[in-house]
Design a protein around this ligand. Structure first.
Ligand code: C2O
Ligand code: CU
Length: 459
């Protein structure tokens, strides 16, 4: 038995540290390569083509308001960022007055690593009066969002976020695009910044795509009254042959998105979100009454029809466990009950090591008495099974996956985006409590440092 003081001392984080050097390498049963070498490709060099001109160019000025909230160009949510697939998006972030510094992360967009916006991992936090230019090509149409990844548990909750939509190249001109950014502010839940019911003009027969973004720390659900609907996309990926849904709700994990497709009937349609906000299209079929949530839910494990994944997850090159638990211990000198990953407390957690081109399988298991919306940066993973039950529906590609306590998921992806990527819980206070690991490509070296002596505090 080691004395308690030893554990306290051993849990202290050094003043500044290289995230890539924390914890221990986990090679997932694949070949062990080099780790911790300093002669590889630096994270900072993993950018979009610096000579390519931008197709979409925006300036986002972020500010801390007198009431403690954060805004982007004066509003929260910030402006909707819109692009078309294939566009090179260039956003200049200007930090007007946020003393602790800030960044922007493009949640769900598989950007080049240096544009990922994680303070201390892919860039330094941008101090007050400073600016930073993000450049990335949007290769996938869909619904995404952006948010700060510096002190994110605080800055995101207080509004440093906005929606991001990438349209397909052939855009359907007859489909009404309606973004619904859900966020709970100090004053309560909101839809695109407004409390309660938001009404949108729409004629009967109008086709609508409702792009729902859950920017909160917990799961929510959406349901439709007055019309049937289809869950046309999840986390920015269209589902294959999604069936018609009636009297069922759809859950949206923290950080996750769903796109709902519907046709407005004679008497209008109403989409409710968690029972706190709603979108009325044309007319309110409930006559303003509180629409009650249906008992049944859409289960994405069996919804829609299977189709080709584009890779074979049957014989993975790497197989990792991501087992989430909870136990007493010290986190940076603070005693408490802390999250564990494969039995280890942050920062002594696995560094999941991959090689470019690997087929990677993760087995996520949660026995921590709490739900965790797990978010992998830079990649989309497909769900293979839940609690041992194989997926039978449309390929279910996620970047944000709700893993309830007692549940296990097997997910797979192709390692096709070199860098150092966070893989963490998007209930952001949980991330700040240590539910954070990283995926690291062999041959990549880190360019930044986290910790006290720097301003970088990604969680
Ligand atoms: Cu939405 Cu690590 O982030
Ligand atoms: Cu969590």
């Amino acid at each position: 038995m080691l004395p308690l003081g030893w554990f306290w001392q051993a849990s202290l984080l050094p003043d500044t540290y290289d995230m890539a050097a924390m914890g221990y390498p986990d090679w997932g049963g694949g070949p062990e390569g080099r780790h911790g070498h300093h002669d590889g490709v630096p994270v900072a060099s993993l950018t979009a083509d610096p000579d390519a001109p931008a197709d979409v160019r925006e300036t986002f000025t972020v500010r801390r308001e007198p009431d403690g909230g954060f805004t982007v160009n004066g509003t929260s949510p910030g402006p909707l960022l819109e692009a078309t697939v294939g566009d090179l998006v260039e956003v200049t972030l200007i930090n007007e007055n946020i003393t602790e510094g800030t960044t922007l992360h493009w949640h769900g967009v598989d950007v080049p690593n240096a544009a990922d916006g994680v303070a201390g991992v892919t860039q330094d936090a941008i101090g007050p009066g400073e600016e930073f230019v993000y450049r990335f090509v949007v290769e996938q149409p869909g619904t995404f969002w952006y948010h700060s990844h510096q002190l994110s548990h605080e800055q995101v909750r207080r509004g440093l976020l906005g929606g991001l939509v990438v349209y397909p190249s052939e855009r359907d001109p007859d489909e009404l695009q309606q973004v619904a950014v859900l966020h709970e502010y100090e004053a309560g839940p909101s839809l695109n910044g407004a409390a309660g019911v938001t009404t949108v003009d729409a004629e009967p027969g109008q086709r609508v795509r409702v792009r729902v973004v859950n920017t909160d720390n917990g799961e929510t659900r959406a349901w439709v009254t007055g019309a049937s609907y289809h869950v046309v996309a999840v986390d920015g990926t269209d589902l294959n042959d999604p069936g018609q849904v009636e009297d069922r709700s759809i859950s949206i994990p923290a950080g996750g998105r769903v796109d709902l497709g519907l046709v407005v009937p004679e008497s209008g349609a109403r989409v409710d979100f968690g029972g706190t906000t709603a979108l009325v299209l044309g007319g309110d079929p409930t006559d303003g009454g509180q629409a009650s949530p249906p008992m049944a839910e859409v289960d994405l494990l069996s919804y829609g029809e299977p189709s080709d994944l584009g890779f074979d997850p049957e014989r993975p090159d790497r197989h990792f466990d991501y087992r989430i638990g909870k136990r007493p211990g010290f986190l940076d000198g603070r005693p408490g009950m802390w999250w564990t990953i494969n039995g280890h407390l942050f920062p002594d957690v696995p560094m999941f090591m991959v090689e470019e081109g690997d087929v990677v399988v993760f087995e996520i298991e949660n026995n921590s008495d709490d739900a965790h919306p797990m978010h992998l940066h830079g990649h989309h993973a497909v769900v293979l099974s839940r609690n041992g039950e194989p997926a039978t529906g449309s390929p279910w590609w996620v970047d944000s996956l709700e893993v309830k306590t007692g549940e296990s998921f097997e997910i797979a992806f192709l390692a096709d985006n070199p860098g150092l990527w966070m893989d963490h819980c998007h209930n952001l206070p949980h991330a700040a409590e240590g539910l954070v690991a990283h995926l690291m490509y062999e041959g990549v070296t880190s360019s930044y440092r986290v910790g006290g002596g720097t301003a970088n505090t990604p969680e």
